[in-house]
Design a protein around this ligand. Sequence first.
Ligand SMILES: *Cc1c(COP(=O)(O)O)cnc(C)c1O
Length: 362
Amino acid sequence: MTDLSDLPLRDDLRGREPYGAPQLDVPYALNTNENPYPPSEALVKALGAAVTDVAGTLNRYPDRDAVALRADLAAFLDADTPGAGITGDRVWAANGSNEIIQQILQAFGGPGRSVLGFEPSYSMHPIITAVSGTRWINAARDEDFTLEPARAVAAVEEHRPDVVFLTSPNNPTGTSLPLETIEAVLAAAPGMVVIDEAYAEFRRSGTPSALTLLDGRPRLIVTRTMSKAFAMAGTRLGYLAADPAVIDALLLVRLPYHLSAVTQAVARTALAFRDELLGSVEALRRERDEIVGWLRGEGFTVADSDANFVLFGRFPDRRRVWAGLLERGVLIREVGPPEWLRVSVGTPGEMAAFRTALKESL
Ligand SMILES: *Cc1c(COP(=O)(O)O)cnc(C)c1O
């Protein structure tokens, strides 16, 4: 039997584990922060029609620059953050924001370069960084998972990274960053600053988006996704807003025709149904605030959340609690600092099952 050690694999990939949030067939999947509400019958019909429409043209390559889709995404962002002045030439799209992040690092990272992140944060940032041959530097967040501007700036000044990642709202903690932290990092950073806003639509009201800072700041990139609030994780569509010069840089590294005609058509159809798709966001935020309150009432420590998940603890043996929930059909995520667990916000029925299973597992 041949195994990996027999192959001439890159030295820096030896001993690595693939990304692996368990994909188990369980009644209650509350582990990957998906929106629990499937597309409506009307949207399913429209998606079918859109795919049928492009099916007859699949002998041809798709629009390489996804111009129509980028214009639709820009219109959505412009409505989401009025005054940010987002237009199609300031938006770029790819197969999930993970591919967006990969393209950013292909263009601005690489051998001899470094990326600074503030952990605990999204586990894919260091993985994509390493795979792109870039050095990952971790500067810790504060004890309560926030990030004071002075502390962030000190880390930037110490390490002089080529790219800084700031996740807001942060995964797995749910913590939003104040714009002051982002502005301070931008002022101090010698390179690109990426704000990962995968959960932006769930933020509590009054929490601003970094989109409002884009104007006149060509080293700022804000990434978004249709995988979370937009309830389209299966579509694989991530995007960013930035200065048009940033998009010129990404054109150098993207694979030609990276976004299939089917993906572009499906994403545009979903965007046309945005009111319906984002209609569940209010309910999910309410459900989130309820589960935070319930967990605190039960005596757990809970991080404030601006996302569709909640980090709670603290468990001397979190594996035992995680396994107890799984035994009862509830899959949550063992992620983040050692004594904490993360639960995604699901439907009221799913959250009731979670509450019951958690009490029984303790
Ligand atoms: C889920 C998530 C993403 C999204 O990934 P996609 O590739 O768009 O599905 C990006 N950033 C963070 C912080 C996430 O949690």
